[in-house]
Design a protein around this ligand. Structure first.
Ligand code: HSE
Length: 447
């Protein structure tokens, strides 16, 4: 290949943190192979970073790389073909992305929060300007899940997706289960290892996972981004005994992002929910431990498929960023109409299927309650459930400790609509023989 004859595609980088540095390193290290794949060299020519010293250190061996502290100089740089946005967060990232698009530049971004909240506006602007916005790195780090959903599974009617898409939460849950650590201790450990978002609430409250799930749901079902409709519940209130009891019953608790085609009151809907979930321990996804991510996708033709890998980190995320750079390099001369649509479906073919309220979602439940250990208590509880057509699948009653007059009852239910379960829980908590709150964790068989 006559490399010298080919003008390199010029990349402007916004942000030189962990992922920026990883992108720089991998592009340099694998330059020859990447050029052979892309058909043209891909060069970072302009970097904007708050800490110039870091960019200088990273690019010491590179001649002709322009360094700036102002991202606008990159998005306005006439020689830059593709802007890689690694600033994160909504503003000022949104302003720079929209400005880059308006300037006719393609954009590669790892910014899940931005796309989940403002993707519809950004894609519309990109379509109008005839440029691409690529975002493989925004979901599950190095796992090529966007490529799989948008292209590899394009023959399928996707039925559902269930993913471990926040490494920090998965690390915490793995630590709590394996070592009996408290939530707080496990979180501290995750932060020390550098997995966590700047604001740890994004990880442990399920917000980061909901951003990623919103993006996958849009691509899987051909609907707009609807982050504001996602139901989000985190792991910070999970007790160690529930992790232990779940284990005794043959389940593991994972923070899952679940999106599914569904129905409520006979009408089509889409489930979009992130919450701790009991999963049978024999499922592969239940055995994904530590900070790793995994996404299970069920297509009608292919059946279940599972994608596993690192969901964060410098080079895994750089792997996804560079895959997008190669895609854009290959496609940027193609007629915009012949490119892969941003959300996998043609922009005028998006559907308005509504996102279901969590109360209308149907799933199974783990219920734990502390009760007085005397006759009739269980009968009262099961009557409340039966009256609401909630069927019990399994039950354990823990031996009360010596001399204690209270005991824990754990019930697993068959599938039921959530609002019925919420109603039943209210009635159970009102029984004079039930102490405190009923712990409720959703359960999915994923088969
Ligand atoms: N904080 C994220 C996680 C990494 O823990 O998975 C990047 O999305």
């Amino acid at each position: 290949m006559a490399d010298g004859a080919m003008k390199p595609l010029q990349v402007g980088l916004l942000g030189m943190g962990t992922v920026g540095r990883g992108t720089w390193d991998v592009l340099r290290r694998n330059e020859e192979e990447i050029t052979r794949r892309a058909g043209r060299p891909i060069r970072i020519t302009h970097i904007a970073t708050r800490t110039l010293a870091r960019a200088q250190a990273a690019s010491r061996d590179a001649e002709g790389v322009r360094l700036d502290t102002d991202p606008q100089t990159v998005v306005d740089d006439r020689d830059v073909d593709i802007v890689v946005e690694l600033i994160g967060g909504i503003e000022p990232a949104k302003t720079y992305v929209l400005r880059a698009i308006a300037n006719g530049k393609h954009v590669v971004t790892a910014n899940k929060a931005l796309l989940a909240a403002h993707g519809n506006e950004i894609f519309a602007a990109a379509q109008k300007a005839g440029v691409m916005v690529a975002f493989e790195a925004a979901v599950a780090g190095g796992i090529p899940i966007i490529k799989a959903l948008r292209e590899g599974l394009t023959a399928n009617r996707i039925e559902w997706i269930a993913g471990i898409i926040n490494g920090t939460s998965n690390f915490i849950l793995s630590e709590m289960r394996a070592t009996g650590a408290t939530f707080a201790a496990a979180l501290k450990d995750a932060q020390a290892r550098g997995y966590a978002e700047t604001d740890p609430a994004f990880d442990v409250d399920g917000i980061d996972a909901a951003h990623k799930l919103t993006i996958m749901s849009a691509i899987a079902f051909g609907v707009p981004m609807q982050f504001d409709k996602a139901y989000t519940e985190g792991i910070s209130r999970l007790a160690r005994e529930d992790i232990r009891y779940a284990e005794e019953l043959g389940y593991r608790i994972k923070l899952l992002g679940i999106t599914r085609r569904s129905k409520a009151n006979g009408r089509d809907g889409i489930e979009l929910r992130v919450h701790p979930t009991l999963v049978p321990h024999k499922r592969l996804i239940a055995n994904v431990e530590g900070a790793m991510n995994a996404v299970l996708v069920k297509g009608d033709a292919v059946g279940p498929t599972l994608y596993y890998g690192p969901g964060a980190g410098a080079e895994p995320t750089a792997s996804a960023v560079i895959a997008d750079l190669v895609d854009v390099t290959r496609m940027h001369t193609a007629d915009p109409e012949h490119r892969v649509p941003h959300l996998a479906f043609q922009p005028d073919q998006l559907s308005d299927t509504p996102v279901l309220a969590i109360g209308d979602v149907e799933t199974s439940y783990y219920l734990r309650m502390r009760v007085e250990d005397r006759p009739g208590v269980l009968a009262d509880i099961t009557r409340i459930l039966a009256d609401r057509e909630i069927s019990i699948d399994a039950m354990i009653q823990k031996e009360p400790s010596e001399g204690a007059e209270q005991t824990d009852i754990i019930l697993l239910t068959h599938r039921s609509v959530e609002h019925r379960v919420v109603d039943a829980i209210g009635r159970i908590e009102a029984l004079p023989t039930v102490r405190g709150k009923v712990v409720r964790i959703r359960m999915e068989e994923l088969n």
